[in-house]
Write a protein that binds this ligand. Structure first.
Ligand code: ZN
Length: 96
């Protein structure tokens, strides 16, 4: 019983996070994931980009935010805007 069992611990293959997301803005027309989310942790920002509909947004993130967090936040905002009948992204109100 004093024998040590040697366990061969195999590193589990980590599930890769998808790099493409379904764009909530143009996904009605095409459910193909086209949206990319790039995280710049040094600047604390995330760059969301959908080449299909031309949506581009830079948003500040928290240190713990992952792509999925940013994505789900975006979904929430888009859905909230839709419920109100407002366009998303909201039209910029720059008074000059
Ligand atoms: Zn799009």
């Amino acid at each position: 019983m004093g024998r040590k069992k040697r366990k061969t611990v195999r590193p589990r293959p980590r599930p890769r996070l998808p790099t493409l997301f379904e764009c909530p803005i143009c996904t009605d027309y095409s459910p193909t994931p086209t949206m990319t989310i790039d995280i710049d942790r040094r600047k604390g920002i995330a760059i969301i980009n959908c080449p299909r509909c031309g949506f581009k947004q830079v948003r500040t993130i928290r240190k713990i935010d992952e792509r999925v967090d940013i994505y789900s936040k975006l979904i929430d905002e888009v859905e909230a805007a839709r419920e109100k009948g407002e366009p998303y992204p909201p039209a910029e109100t720059s008074s000059t």
